[in-house]
Write a protein that binds this ligand. Structure first.
Ligand code: FMN
Length: 187
């Protein structure tokens, strides 16, 4: 199972979470890729792409992600297994909490990605629905609030990673339909 954690991070908190995910069992061999250095062609080498994105400036993706926005539109995500995590501040920016994760998710899901890793909204207080699933019950990915709930971060990451591990074991959709990542199927 080849995993990439692709993150954009302005003040490095999203990068720290990428490091923490890569320290969890099953994720130790993940490649950490700063979106600023991303080579789109290499993304087809991975069975699972984990995208990390903070929200800035009232619901916006950071500039590092905005810089690749158009390239994302060109990439074929069909059949690609993907998961998302987002950083935000639910007290200071409740109306836009982790919105960018929702925006990025919607963009990539619309291109045919298979998305795993929804996360319960229990334990958060906020007023936005952009990062929620259609039924509004869960976040589309892991929401991390290191500004207000730093004490919960490590435990949330650990639980999400073990949740991903069980989903990965249960799915046989490691392989892109074009077979480009066939060589890295075995876990
Ligand atoms: C000026 C400013 C604007 C922000 N805007 C939002 C926002 O709209 N929504 C949100 O959830 N968090 C917002 N945040 C909180 C950041 O997402 C949070 O600090 C995050 O951990 C930053 O991640 P990074 O260090 O990887 O860039 C904002 C923070 C600042 C300082």
């Amino acid at each position: 199972m080849k995993i990439a954690i692709v993150f954009g991070s302005t003040t490095r908190y999203t990068e720290m979470v990428a490091d923490k995910i890569a320290s969890r069992p099953g994720f130790e061999n993940a490649d950490l890729i700063d979106v600023e250095d991303m080579n789109f062609a290499s993304l087809t080498d991975y069975n699972l792409l984990i995208f990390g994105i903070p929200t800035w400036d009232y619901g916006e993706p950071p500039s590092s992600w905005q810089d690749v926005w158009d390239e994302l539109d060109q990439f074929d995500f069909s059949g690609q297994l993907c998961a998302f995590y987002g950083l935000g501040d639910q007290s200071g920016y409740a109306r836009w909490f982790v919105d960018a994760m929702g925006i990025l998710h919607d963009k990539i899901a619309a291109k045919g990605a298979i998305v795993i890793g929804e996360w319960s909204t229990a334990g958060y207080q906020f007023d936005s629905d952009k990062a929620l699933t259609k039924d509004k019950k869960n976040f589309v990915g892991l929401a991390i609030d290191d500004v207000n709930q730093q004490a919960l971060t490590d435990e949330r990451i650990a639980r999400w990673c073990s949740h991903l591990n069980s989903l990965i074991s249960a799915t046989n959709k490691f392989e892109r339909p074009d077979g480009k990542n066939k060589h890295c199927r075995d876990r």
